[in-house]
Design a binder for this molecule. Structure first.
Ligand SMILES: NC(=O)c1ccc[n+]([C@@H]2O[C@H](COP(=O)([O-])OP(=O)(O)OC[C@H]3O[C@@H](n4cnc5c(N)ncnc54)[C@H](O)[C@@H]3O)[C@@H](O)[C@H]2O)c1
Ligand SMILES: N[C@H](CO)Cc1c[nH]c[nH+]1
Length: 883
């Protein structure tokens, strides 16, 4: 093997680095370790395996300089024997891995080689000539040094170094050294990638130590890409290697075509990165950067098939960056760095929360995907990332590796434990202590972002209308196998998924009516509250029922009718993930019962003990549900959509839920084999408050927080109409103070930063923004609030004036709380009695009526070319008119 010695003090050093970069190692000779050129070379993230040979060290602290060089990415530091001569090797060098140190020895110092065997891995023997005497000396040294393997694998190396051009060895001498297992180090002054007088050709010198074991004298050559992934197997000849070093391209020897410049005709050329020789010096490995479609003539990347895993993802993303299909998710990610950032944070959090091996693999895959999107979007390849890892592995001084305080979970847990201990102490001040404990070690003000409408561009205003990002593609990918599992394997899948996601091992999945009294035992106060809520909600929803048919005589003798019929079988999803919501059972069950649905199935996640909360069971009983399905999430929706052995298939699924529930509703709705419809895509709760100077800060803040506490994805918005700075500050103070006292402060700490305040000058501006946002809930904290209801065009439900907290609508006033979110209030109504009805129309015509309308129908049928339609009227008209 040839090892070029590059003097980086020379003017030609950059050209030399490039010309000899394909060799596995280079020795860089530098005047001192702290050399600017060297720093620049080592700062390049694609460091080569450089052996750094400083000619002079700081005598005060040579070890510190060696550490610095190794940490900076030097593969080895080359020291003169003098550095080891009068030192206790054990105490000075044992902390430096042997494979990171090389020593230069003059002929007079060869005898000391023995002493260094446990400290260095490379012995560079300086030779004045290639005389038989010199070769004999180096042979003896080699026999001594090459005994045994290095502790971490690999072998010790002996290198013959020829200092001056007068002593340049010929190819024969290099070959002879190679047979002894000795590498040859040569100054770049005596090497050339071309053919220059008085210089050795690099390719020829390189090949001098390599011996083919084939009758045709060729060298099997494995071609790999930058990541070491095999592209194919080819053959090299002396001539092709010489040409490859000269052009720094992939050049091989084709047994049919001779010298083969890869890609010359196809365009799939290769930049040469490295040439390695195998351990017994009879085969080569070319590392290349492959251009074009790939290496293989079958138009794929490699002859052994396409790449897989991260390398495949890296290539796919790179090609998508050039030509992603318009509107594709990846294209959206490339354009929206905020979206990528949000996804990385989201996936990192999910990975931290993942517990099972399957979930950890899933979340890691998600995180890798978005991280790689960020890399590719910014021109960073997977190889660059791997290079960073390799660079880090070269450091010998380790960082402590502590997490930043913001992410230090142990510190947070310690703080939470301290706060909890303080809370339980008899002298602790209850509210403050509970706030500290509830914050789970987090501190800092809980505040919404703030904007002034007149400072925002139209584009910025539109961005504010978007809800916190929900990645439907991702969620869909997770939900699909769940839905398919339940469709194909019914109850068995349901039981498995409930164990996985809800941590409950169920024996059976459904409770059938009549429900046992023990399952719905409630204290009096709770029962009375549910009863009163039930009565009000029932009253309001019963009033919506039009039990009389609509009858209109559109022309004399032409009577059109519309009448309602209940949807027979309905499935009601009652969320139960982060909060148990019997109120949702009321909001869905009552209109279904009022509408007259004959089969009502209520699905809700079971508690850890495998039971359903008695409040939900009591509501199920009151609304006449036939079954309670003990399942949550996508699996519950799938069970109701397709039916299982125990869960009846329903015709419509209603109810809110998290993103898995919503995605499953949408998936099953578009599957025509399920024949199921849904109410609407109801997602994370949201609220918009419009407040003027008559608003009461504590009330405004309490309303905002009432929805912010639902989930981390909830969003609340405050439109401040002409508020003074003091008034606004009072609301913000209330938000922080009230939030800090909430048991669900952890959720609020995540949802409030996704929420915002927007200051406007007038009510017109406020209403315009609110209608564009189309909130699920709208609260008017305004003077004479009722006068503004007329201007509300888009909202799920409106709460008018200071005395109408949104919570009343959530529970008991009578209106429904299952409402459209994400802006769907532009086109959807909240759940109501009609949700559980379908309308059928009918008509009856008299003889006179048909006579009067007949010509119109026949003409229109004629225009559409539908003769049978025309004839159905014509055949009767002929009788009526006696034609
Ligand atoms: N718009 C409305 O009218 C309205 C009303 C009430 C509640 N909500 C909303 O409903 C939502 C309720 O969400 P929730 O999570 O508390 O309860 P949920 O019942 O909707 O979801 C819980 C279920 O999600 C599934 N799940 C959890 N992690 C999963 C994962 N990693 N993969 C697959 N499935 C998983 C589990 O099966 C679990 O049973 C909240 O966003 C709330 O704001 C909306
Ligand atoms: N606010 C929710 C609708 O977005 C419903 C609810 C249930 N319990 C309390 N609130």
């Amino acid at each position: 093997m040839i090892i070029p010695r590059i003097n980086i003090a020379a003017d030609s050093y950059k050209d030399d680095l490039t010309a000899f970069s394909a060799l596995p190692n280079q020795v860089l000779v530098v005047p001192t370790p702290d050399n600017d050129r060297l720093t620049e070379i080592l700062n390049n993230q694609h460091k080569d395996a450089y052996w750094i040979q400083p000619l002079a060290f700081d005598p005060q602290d040579p070890l510190a300089q060696i550490h610095t060089l190794l940490d900076a990415g030097a593969d080895k530091v080359v020291l003169p024997y003098a550095a080891f001569a009068n030192t206790d090797l054990e105490s000075s060098f044992s902390h430096i891995p042997q494979e990171r140190l090389a020593v230069t020895l003059t002929p007079a110092e060869f005898a000391h080689l023995d002493r260094l065997l446990a400290t260095v891995s490379v012995f560079i023997l300086e030779l004045a000539d290639t005389s038989a005497e010199s070769l004999e000396a180096i042979k003896a040294a080699a026999q001594l040094a090459q005994k045994g393997l290095l502790p971490r694998g690999g072998v010790k190396r002996v290198v013959a170094s020829f200092a001056s051009s007068t002593a340049t060895p010929g190819l024969l001498a290099i070959s002879e050294l190679g047979r002894l297992g000795v590498d040859t180090q040569l100054s770049t002054n005596v090497l050339s990638t071309g053919h220059e007088d008085g210089k050795l050709n690099l390719g020829e010198a390189f090949m001098a130590t390599i011996v083919s074991d084939r009758p045709d004298g060729l060298f099997p050559t494995i071609v790999v890409d930058e990541q070491g992934i095999s592209l194919g197997l080819v053959y090299s000849s002396l001539e092709s290697v010489v040409e490859s070093f000269r052009t720094r391209k992939g050049v091989y020897f084709s047994r049919t075509r001779g010298l083969w410049h890869k890609g010359a005709s196809s365009g799939s050329t290769q930049d040469l990165i490295k040439v390695h020789v195998d351990c017994d010096s009879d085969a080569l490995q070319f590392t290349v950067h492959q251009h074009g479609t790939g290496f293989c003539h079958n138009n794929i990347r490699g002859c052994f098939g396409p790449s897989s895993g991260l390398a495949h993802l890296d290539q796919t993303l790179k090609s998508r960056k050039i030509s992603a299909p318009a509107g594709s998710y990846t294209q959206r990610l490339f354009k929206d760095s905020n979206l990528v950032q949000s996804k990385i944070m989201e996936e990192a959090e999910e990975l931290c929360e993942a517990k099972t091996p399957q979930d950890i693999a899933w979340e890691t895959a998600d995180l890798f995907y978005f991280a790689l999107v960020k890399c590719v979007a910014n021109g960073v390849s997977l190889r660059d990332v791997e290079q960073q890892l390799e660079n880090r592995s070269r450091k010998i001084t380790r960082r402590p590796g502590h997490a930043k305080p913001k992410w230090d979970v142990s510190a947070k847990e310690a703080a939470a434990a301290a706060a909890a201990a303080k809370e339980s102490a008899p002298t602790a001040a209850a509210p403050a202590a509970s706030a500290a404990a509830n914050q789970n070690g987090k501190s800092g003000r809980i505040s919404m972002k703030s904007y002034k409408m007149n400072a925002l561009s139209a584009e910025q205003q539109s961005k504010l209308l978007l809800r916190p990002i929900i990645q439907s593609n991702d969620i869909m990918a997770r939900v699909k196998p769940i839905v398919e599992g339940v469709r194909e394997r019914g109850d068995a899948a349901l039981i498995e998924l409930t164990a996985k996601f809800d941590g409950v091992q169920l024996e059976s999945t459904v409770i059938s009516a009549p429900f046992s009294p023990e399952s719905m035992v409630l204290d009096e106060k709770t029962r009375a509250a549910i009863d009163q809520a039930y009565d009000n909600i029932h009253k309001f929803h019963a009033a919506q029922l039009q039990d009389k048919a609509l009858v209109v005589e559109t022309m004399p003798g032409v009577v059109c009718t519309r009448f309602a019929r209940p949807i027979e079988r309905v499935g009601l999803y009652v969320p139960g993930g982060t909060a148990v919501l019997p109120s949702t059972a009321l909001m869905l069950g009552i209109p279904a019962a009022v509408a007259g649905c004959s089969e009502i199935v209520i699905a809700t996640p079971p508690r850890k003990d495998g039971s359903i909360v008695p409040e939900v069971m009591y509501v199920a009983h009151k609304v006449g549900a036939s079954k309670v399905l003990m399942a949550g999430g996508a699996q519950a929706v799938a069970a109701m959509a397709y039916g299982t052995e125990t869960c009846p298939k329903v015709d419509k699924i209603c109810g809110p839920g998290n993103q898995y529930v919503t995605a499953a509703k949408m998936l099953t709705q578009i599957d025509s084999s399920s024949l199921v419809s849904i109410d609407m895509p109801a997602g994370p709760s949201e609220l918009l408050v419009i407040a003027d100077m008559t608003s009461i800060p504590a009330y405004v803040a309490s309303d905002l927080l009432s929805q912010a506490e639902h989930g981390t994805d909830s969003q609340v918005v405050l439109i401040a109409v002409g508020l003074t700075a003091e008034h606004l500050a009072a609301i913000e103070d209330e938000v922080h103070e009230q939030a800090s006292r909430l048991p669900r402060v952890d959720i609020v700490r995540e949802s409030i930063p996704k929420s915002y305040i927007i200051e406007v000058e007038s009510m017109e501006e406020a209403m315009k923004f609110s209608n564009a946002y189309a909130p699920e809930h709208l609260i008017l904290h305004l003077e004479e609030a009722e006068k503004h209801v007329d201007q509300v065009m888009n909202a799920g439900s409106v709460f008018v004036g200071h005395w109408s907290p949104e919570s009343c609508g959530d529970y008991a006033s009578g209106t429904n709380h299952t409402l459209p979110t994400y802006g769907y209030a532009r086109m959807y109504s909240g759940v109501n009695t009609d949700t559980f009805l379908k309308h059928i129309t009918s008509q009856q015509l008299t003889r006179e009526g048909l006579d009067a309308i007949g010509d119109t129908v026949m003409r229109l049928a004629e225009i559409e070319g539908l003769e049978a339609h025309r004839n159905a009227v014509g055949v009767r008209i002929r009788d009526i008119r006696g034609l």
